[in-house]
Ligand binder design. Structure first.
Ligand code: AHR
Length: 314
């Protein structure tokens, strides 16, 4: 950190602002763009905050370095969205020793000593995965295809991230209960559109009989749709392949309307208001819940989404 940055940060603190360092995952998806904006909108000087934004660019080592910088700057709070679940103990020990509370947002971090973070605010990823599985069960039943063999491929998110682990495991629970569902292959597309397209292309070259794609975020789904079209295959209830996705960003809701996505399980990107409320409580000396879930739902091809699309900001 430059001396200039340190000076600005210390002046802001002296002026009574609460200095918050936000360590973001990267900018891999539309969801992420909205999540970043949500922090910039909420942690404003008008609201009494000075936000230092750190971009991890999808690399844990960058996030660790950013946390160390924030400790050096003696910020008041560190908010961390951990790219992967493991490997955080030593740097969070350093934050604890410096007396800086760490709030986890969106993804989780696994550690034996949970006193290394104050609380976590985010999605129930395993529930999202289970919901996708149950939705597929119902859909196939309505189509009279319950007993049929169903071939599935999975585009996974960044391996080791809690969004990937939860969605994969949640869906796998339902998969195990359906003997006629066959998981042909799971592969990571790292939550990006380009990687999603690449992996889907590979799947299509390897397997002729894919019935269902379960894609662990919307951007990989957009890439997968491209790959399916390029391969000359059709999508949707009248087509060869049906797609289930996660996030429910704007373009994905539009893709539900056109029939390209069959169902989308929401991941709420607006974690910043809950994090801010948590900080306010801590400042007031109140206790906070260790685990805080954001509200989420799902959307599918049987719903009329036009009103929602008018009002939804992302
Ligand atoms: O951690 C949340 C996930 O990360 C979202 O599903 C995805 O779009 C993002 O990259």
């Amino acid at each position: 950190e430059t001396a200039g940055q340190l000076d600005t940060e210390q002046t802001m603190q002296q002026d009574g602002y609460i200095v918050v360092g936000y360590v973001q995952v990267g900018s891999e998806s539309d969801w992420r763009t909205t999540n970043t904006q949500s922090f910039k909108d909420v942690f404003t000087q008008e609201n009494g905050y000075y936000l230092i934004f750190e971009d991890g660019q999808q690399k844990q080592e960058n996030q660790v370095k950013a946390i160390r910088n924030l400790i050096l700057q003696e910020v008041d709070y560190i908010v961390l969205d951990p790219i992967v679940e493991t490997g955080w103990e030593s740097v969070l020990e350093e934050a604890k020793e410096a007396g800086i509370p760490v709030i986890l947002s969106d993804r989780r971090a696994e550690m034996e000593d949970d006193s290394l973070y104050t609380c976590w605010v985010g999605s129930d990823f395993a529930e999202e995965g289970r919901n996708a599985g149950h939705w597929l069960e119902n859909y196939l039943e309505k189509q009279g295809r319950s007993g049929e063999t169903v071939h599935i491929v999975s585009l996974q998110g960044t391996l080791g991230s809690s969004a990937q682990i939860g969605r994969t495991d949640g869906f796998a629970e339902v998969l195990q209960q359906n003997e006629n569902w066959v998981m042909l292959e799971r592969q990571s597309g790292d939550f990006t559109q380009a990687k999603g397209q690449e992996v889907m292309k590979e799947f299509l070259e390897k397997y002729e009989d894919i019935d269902v794609v379960i894609s662990e975020n919307d951007n990989m789904t957009f890439g997968a749709i491209e790959a399916i079209r390029e391969a000359g295959r059709t999508i949707g209830s009248d087509g060869d392949i049906i797609i289930l996705s996660f996030d429910a960003v704007r373009d994905a809701l539009k893709a539900i309307q056109t029939g390209d996505i069959a169902a989308d399980f929401e991941c709420n990107p607006l974690t910043a208001p809950l994090v801010e409320e948590t900080i306010r409580r801590l400042e007031a000396g109140e206790s906070v819940e260790k685990i805080q879930y954001v509200e989420e739902t799902y959307f599918d091809c049987e719903m009329d989404l036009s009103e929602l699309l008018e009002s939804r900001p992302y």
